[in-house]
Design a protein around this ligand. Structure first.
Ligand SMILES: CC(C)(COP(=O)(O)OP(=O)(O)OC[C@H]1O[C@@H](n2cnc3c(N)ncnc32)[C@H](O)[C@@H]1OP(=O)(O)O)[C@@H](O)C(=O)NCCC(=O)NCCS
Length: 167
């Protein structure tokens, strides 16, 4: 899906190289172990990945996400929202958009890993219909921490954006 999709005051669209300076500010502010700009450039060139940005009503980038695809499974590889825009539905909007793209590409499952201590992200994922299905010991560094593996089934009879409606 390449066209922009409006979600209330939020616009969700495919990312471009021109978005990377704004993305990197959010990235570096959001993670102790941020992705490099080159990692995002590689992602933009990959046919097995989709990168999206969320723009506020002023047209400013306020969040981004990356989803990887392999056969009928997908992985939400990263998602981040500008600190000044958090708790306003941007993360929910990006997640709902990723689920729509997963459905469009035929994914039946969306996996993700999240730091065990990341209560905000875990609450967002549970609210969007994800369940914990495993643990990866010492998956993260800076600081070393376990990852919780979470899964959202994308069933044919179920709208992928159902649990995130209202965003
Ligand atoms: C996690 C993150 C992406 C959430 O983005 P956000 O735009 O603030 O989330 P939303 O406003 O869409 O919130 C959606 C729901 O998630 C939950 N949630 C989000 N932040 C929360 C918090 N700080 N505490 C508790 N629940 C929270 C709530 O259920 C919320 O719904 P509600 O506001 O109606 O109660 C954001 O906090 C972030 O960028 N954190 C740093 C990067 C990060 O940790 N990324 C995830 C890596 S796995």
């Amino acid at each position: 899906m390449t066209e922009a999709r409006a979600n209330g005051a939020l616009t969700l669209r495919d990312a471009t190289v021109a978005d990377l300076p704004a993305v990197m500010i959010i990235e570096n502010d959001s993670f102790t172990d941020p992705w490099s700009e080159q990692a995002y450039r590689d992602t933009l060139e990959s046919e097995q990945a989709a990168m999206h940005v969320a723009l506020n009503a002023a047209g400013e980038i306020v969040g981004h996400s990356v989803t990887y695809f392999a056969a009928d499974e997908a992985e939400l590889a990263t998602i981040a929202v500008a600190a000044s825009a958090r708790r306003t539905g941007v993360g929910r909007g990006l997640l709902g958009h990723a689920l729509l793209i997963c459905e469009a590409r035929g994914s039946r499952k969306l996996f993700l890993e999240v730091r065990e201590s990341n209560a905000a992200a875990r609450a967002m994922y549970v609210a969007a219909g994800f369940s914990p299905v495993g643990r990866r010991r010492a998956y993260y560094s800076l600081p070393t921490e376990d990852a919780v593996l979470m899964l959202r089934e994308i069933g044919p009879a179920e709208s992928p954006v159902g649990p995130v409606a209202g965003s």
